[in-house]
Design a binder for this molecule. Structure first.
Ligand SMILES: [Zn+2]
Length: 279
């Protein structure tokens, strides 16, 4: 299901993937008792776990080719069977070259969103997307240097993010940052301090690249269910509550990085309950 495409006005979004991970529930949602999942089995994988796509959304806007999030990165040499690491193959399968990308935008700096930024060659860090500048939030840049957070929360930042500064490829974003005339960041903090979604507005149509505001479709309704990956649970909840309300009210098209591929859908209400409706 990779390579699927939607358009929002003049903006084109292609869903690519670095792979699919599987987590068991107690691991990923340690605070949600197993019985609370009983009415929601259809939100789980056949193995009753959380299935987790690693999307990279390739966005064409205003003459730019933008990669939003870059997956977990190359397979480790000693673990060639890992279920991730397929992003560049997926680029190729869809006729897209890393050279085509002139902006890499990260919704946040967790390891599963920055993995393909750089590759190590002959002891040096080389950008995977040689013609791109790399954009991410100043607050996450700061958080990725916080000794209380970095070792657990931004594990691969020293290899995948920090070298971007010295390479002169880093662009920091704050608040509502204009990426192109059609794309603007929308701060959605909680999951990380500087987490950002990306609002798309073109030709009277609107959409949102969500980032990690959702990890499972159940959270569209159970907005207070936080996962172990959410750094600040209370802020995560309030961000998610207000964003789900807004997405439902405004009927925006959503691109969600970790929901089942291709990750395009809408938030709808049926009989008093909110649902994810895949496109
Ligand atoms: Zn993530």
């Amino acid at each position: 299901m990779s390579g699927e495409k939607i358009t929002i006005g003049n903006v084109e979004i292609i869903s690519l993937s670095d792979g699919v991970l599987a987590f068991d529930l107690c691991n990923f949602f340690p605070d949600i008792p197993k019985q609370d999942w009983e009415p929601y089995q259809h939100h789980l994988s056949p193995e009753h776990g959380v299935s987790f796509n690693l999307a990279c959304f390739l966005v064409r806007s205003g003459g730019h080719t933008i990669a939003v999030d870059t997956g977990l990165g190359p397979r480790p040499a000693d673990a060639p069977e890992t279920p991730w690491g397929g992003l560049l193959d997926d680029f190729k399968a869809n006729g897209i070259k890393p050279e085509d990308v002139d902006m890499v935008v990260m919704t946040h700096l967790h390891r599963d969103h920055v993995g393909w930024n750089l590759q190590e060659k002959d002891g040096k860090f080389v950008p995977t997307f040689p013609n791109a500048k790399y954009y991410f939030s100043a607050a996450d840049w700061e958080a990725s240097h916080d000794p209380a957070l970095q070792p657990d929360r931004f594990t691969n930042a020293p290899e995948c993010v920090w070298p971007l500064e010295e390479l002169g490829l880093m662009e920091l974003m704050e608040g509502e940052f204009s990426i192109t005339d059609e794309l603007t960041t929308l701060p959605t903090p909680g999951h990380t301090p500087g987490h950002m979604s990306i609002m798309i507005s073109s030709q009277g149509e609107r959409g949102l690249i969500l980032g990690d505001v959702l990890h499972n479709t159940v959270q569209v309704h159970e907005t207070d269910w936080v996962s172990r990956a959410d750094i600040d649970p209370e802020t995560t909840r309030s961000t998610r509550r207000s964003l789900m309300e807004r997405l439902e009210r405004e009927g925006l098209t959503v691109a969600a990085v970790h929901l089942p591929a291709p990750g395009f859908g809408k938030i709808v209400r049926l009989e008093g309950r909110r649902y994810w409706q895949a496109l």
